[in-house]
Design a protein around this ligand. Structure first.
Ligand code: GLN
Length: 454
């Protein structure tokens, strides 16, 4: 049914970069056969899933949305893919994204944008717009995203779906094509909070192949979602972040947020306002730390090891000149912009002023979270300042594009988990998202509070 749906709507939506119906059906049949043979199957066995194209999949094209990786076939599976396969979840395909996960609209994909299923003239968010759109358009019941500064949560917000960025280290990064290693985290995209919880339990847990992997078992999320579904939040302390949701946020986003805060109160939660003053500097710090890490991570795309190789049109063919020609042609403008920003921020003489200062801001943000979580169990805010904007509207204005992530970035800088849940529609009929944040390793709280709001 999902393959039929993809065939019917993906010509317009363009959520997928790669599908292979035969392969998907073979995986589904293997599950059926195992069931017929009386094998003990995982509860999620047979549930199909879409995977963001930044996650490597053995023998299946993986481009990270970049032309530089066109035609590359990874020789191994990411740990989370190994876990999906072990659970018997057939893969529907690889989803579109901004190139190397840099962007908030999917328009920076090297393969053309994804469209928002609610309004095809609008963006589905980014960088994981493909995963969110696939779920919103009923092309997939579940999808995998990655979130470095909001790329799971912001697409969820503008497509009326649920997206979770787990605690840093909760889901293995082994086999993710790294954007910014200290910020990257894979997580679930779904239509309900319980679905995300069930998927988080499949993909989470310790992985010795990821040096930053936590030892915590990935359990208790579905139980928390079921508890929250009762609608009773008696005793839960909720903090409204003063610095998020004020000026610069669409009026209807603010109104929907206020209505949900009232709903939390009615459910028995104790709501207080909490101040996190350093959040005002989060965006600036992020756009130094991310390019710095990205410029280093992307150095491996040199025209020799992976995918595209371009030889200089004239003159000698040296390694350096092949690298320059390949990167010149293979990377898009946004990727080049960030490599330039990152190498500049890391260069001798500027390192302390830029990268060093940004790292200090990062510590201040972590302290703000620590202080806030002494007072409350979870924090809430709007997920994004506006509902989905029109394709092309912010493409020529990088700063306007970056501002989409003001509310989601603090969680990545501190490593804490965050979730976006649907929060109604604006007057144009476009989805609004509400963000819930919890302390590191307390992801279960997101599922409880998120389910209570459904
Ligand atoms: N939109 C943000 C950026 O462009 C977030 C990206 C992400 O989370 N991968 O960096």
């Amino acid at each position: 049914a999902h393959l039929d749906r993809i065939a019917a709507v993906d010509g317009e939506i363009h959520a997928f970069l790669h599908t292979d119906a035969e392969d998907t059906l073979a995986q589904a049949k293997a599950v059926d056969d195992a069931r017929a043979a009386g094998q003990d199957l995982h509860p999620m066995a047979g549930v199909p899933i879409a995977v963001k194209d930044v996650v490597v999949t053995r023998g299946t094209p993986t481009t990270a949305g970049s032309r530089i990786l066109e035609g590359w076939l990874p020789p191994y599976d990411a740990t989370l893919v190994t876990k999906l396969r072990a659970a018997g979840m057939p893969m529907l395909g690889k989803t579109n994204m901004d190139e190397f996960a840099m962007g908030s609209s999917t328009e920076h994909s090297g393969y053309g944008p994804t469209r928002n299923p609610w309004d095809a003239e609008r963006i589905p968010g980014g960088s994981g717009g493909g995963s969110a759109a696939a779920v919103a358009a009923f092309e997939a019941p579940l999808a995998i995203g990655t979130d470095t500064g909001g790329s799971i949560r912001q697409p969820a917000a503008v497509t009326g779906t649920v997206g979770v960025k787990p605690t840093y280290g909760s889901v293995s990064r082994y086999g993710l094509i790294a954007l910014a290693s200290s910020l990257d985290q894979a997580g679930p995209c779904s239509r309900t909070v319980l679905d995300s919880a069930l998927l988080h339990e499949v993909i989470g847990g310790h992985d010795p192949r990821d040096a930053t992997s936590l030892t915590d078992p990935a359990t208790g999320y579905a139980a928390a979602a079921r508890l929250g579904a009762s609608g009773d939040l008696t005793g839960v302390r909720v903090g409204v972040v003063k610095e998020l949701g004020g000026e610069g946020y669409q009026e209807e986003v603010r109104a929907a947020f206020a209505a949900s805060v009232a709903q939390l109160q009615a459910a028995g939660a104790e709501v207080v306002e909490v101040s996190c003053p350093s959040f005002d500097a989060a965006l600036a710090a992020y756009y130094l730390i991310l390019p710095a890490e990205a410029s280093s991570n992307l150095a491996k795309f040199d025209g020799m090891r992976f995918g595209l190789r371009v030889e200089p049109s004239e003159g000698p063919v040296t390694a350096e000149r092949v690298m320059a020609a390949t990167r010149g042609q293979g990377f898009g403008d946004e990727v080049k912009r960030r490599i330039i920003l990152g190498t500049y921020a890391l260069s001798a003489g500027y390192y302390d002023a830029y990268y060093g200062s940004a790292q200090k801001v990062r510590t201040l943000i972590q302290r703000d979270f620590a202080a806030a979580f002494e007072q409350v169990d979870v924090l809430v805010s709007p997920t994004a300042p506006t509902t989905a904007f029109k394709l092309g509207e912010k493409l020529d204005d990088p700063l306007a594009m970056y501002l989409n992530d003001v509310a989601t970035i603090p969680a990545n800088l501190a490593g804490v988990p965050g979730m976006s849940v649907p929060n109604g529609l604006d007057s144009a009929g476009l989805p609004i998202g509400l963000q819930i944040l919890a302390p590191a390793r307390a992801d279960a709280r997101l599922y409880r509070v998120g389910a209570a709001l459904e």
